[in-house]
Design a protein around this ligand. Structure first.
Ligand SMILES: Nc1ncnc2c1ncn2[C@@H]1O[C@H](COP(=O)(O)OP(=O)(O)O)[C@@H](O)[C@H]1O
Ligand SMILES: [Mg+2]
Length: 358
């Protein structure tokens, strides 16, 4: 199959030359002369590569580029600018274009750019999450073992130093503290990675009282944030007589912990209230329970909302970006449940978990 290229340019004679040239080099080419039909072609023709001229009659090319990336984040786009458009080109690359050409350009330059862009696309797609996961699953437990042992040793040695050295010395005490924090961070990171890739074989399902489990989780989190969570209040509304859920206790605990840790982290600076609610799902879903976690922290930015379940996506200096992907694996993939996130400016974040009672 030939690679499909969509050329978007409002100059029909130039577009025709480009089409003829690319077809002579073995590509399939479709043309659009303005934005509306280009978006339609994107859906119908499913191009591997898009050559986008920025000067279009109905929409600014930069705006169209953003729309294209929203429809398909894997889109591979070469931007064509007028003479002296380097500044614009840089902005377009920031918005997701892979390359740019300034008009006028020679066909052999276009050919080279097209080949490079397609090569880049291939590499990118290969590294996408679903393809990288199986590799991680095989490799990570081994890596974790190699990291955890030395970390334990460092932690132990550090404890000895703290006991025996003269930590009145301010810079020394500070250094020890830094090592301690970093060791702690690495240990957590490795643990989260392990939780993420852990094989599915230990599937012990028991009857779990969700309200009790939530109590345990809130306790743990209040413990974790004992020092800096003073401005955060927790209120609960747990439905009495909630049916027990068939689930893996440790996994569910892990998932709820990850959610509540995020709620706390979101409110660490400004404080606020975390509401935890459990109840049966309303009809027509009698066999389900729902758990809501509602915080009053800053919202999750619109542009980030699609990424928060992607492994390693984080907006935190010391985040791992694995908390929510782990939740997704546990709640959705292993328990047949759902997790929904709603976040709006000024209204904090609501995480909604649905679980089948089974
Ligand atoms: N309750 C929340 N409030 C605001 N942002 C959140 C909340 N929960 C998750 N996020 C966003 O989702 C990202 C991914 O979360 P997560 O997978 O737990 O990784 P991490 O907490 O290590 O960053 C966070 O970095 C943050 O930007
Ligand atoms: Mg987290």
């Amino acid at each position: 199959m030939n690679d499909r290229i969509l050329v978007i340019d409002d100059d029909p004679s130039f577009a025709a030359i480009v089409k003829q040239f690319l077809e002579s080099r073995g590509f399939s080419v479709a043309l659009s002369y303005e934005g509306a039909s280009a978006l339609q072609q994107l859906r119908d023709y499913k191009p591997e590569l898009i050559v986008l001229d920025l000067g279009l009659p109905d929409i600014y090319g930069g705006e169209l580029l953003v729309k294209i990336m929203e429809i398909d984040p894997d889109s591979t786009i070469i931007v064509v600018t007028g003479f002296g458009g380097e500044q614009v080109a840089v902005e377009m690359m920031r918005r997701g274009a892979v390359d740019f050409l300034s008009k006028p350009f020679e066909m052999k330059v276009l050919h080279a750019a097209v080949k490079d862009a397609l090569r880049l696309r291939k590499v990118r797609l290969e590294f996408r999450r679903d393809q990288i996961l199986p590799t991680l699953e095989k490799f990570f437990p081994f890596l974790a073992h190699e990291i955890r042992n030395p970390l334990h040793a460092i932690g132990g040695a550090l404890a000895v130093i703290q006991r025996r050295a003269n930590l009145q010395d301010e810079p020394l005490a500070r250094s020890v503290q830094i090592i301690k924090e970093e060791v702690h961070h690495l240990t957590e990171f490795v643990q989260e990675c392990l939780d993420f890739v852990r094989p599915v074989n230990k599937r012990i399902f028991t009857e779990i009282n969700i309200n009790e489990l939530l109590g345990v989780v809130l306790n743990i989190v209040q413990h974790i944030f004992a020092e800096n969570g003073g401005k955060i209040r927790v209120s609960t509304a747990l439905a009495p007589g909630l049916p027990a859920v068939q689930a893996n206790y440790d996994e569910l605990k892990q998932a709820f912990l990850n959610i509540v840790k995020n709620n706390f982290e979101a409110m660490l600076e400004q404080g606020g209230e975390l509401q935890v609610i459990s109840r049966g799902r309303p009809a027509p879903e009698p066999g389900w329970v729902e758990i809501l976690f509602v915080d009053q922290g800053p919202e999750i930015k619109k542009e980030n909302q699609k990424d928060i379940f992607t492994p390693f996506f984080t907006t935190k200096v010391k985040g791992t970006g694995l908390g929510l992907p782990i939740c997704h694996r546990i709640l959705v993939e292993r328990h047949g449940g759902r997790i929904k996130v709603e976040s709006e400016e000024g209204r904090g974040t609501k995480i909604e978990v649905h679980l089948p009672v089974r």
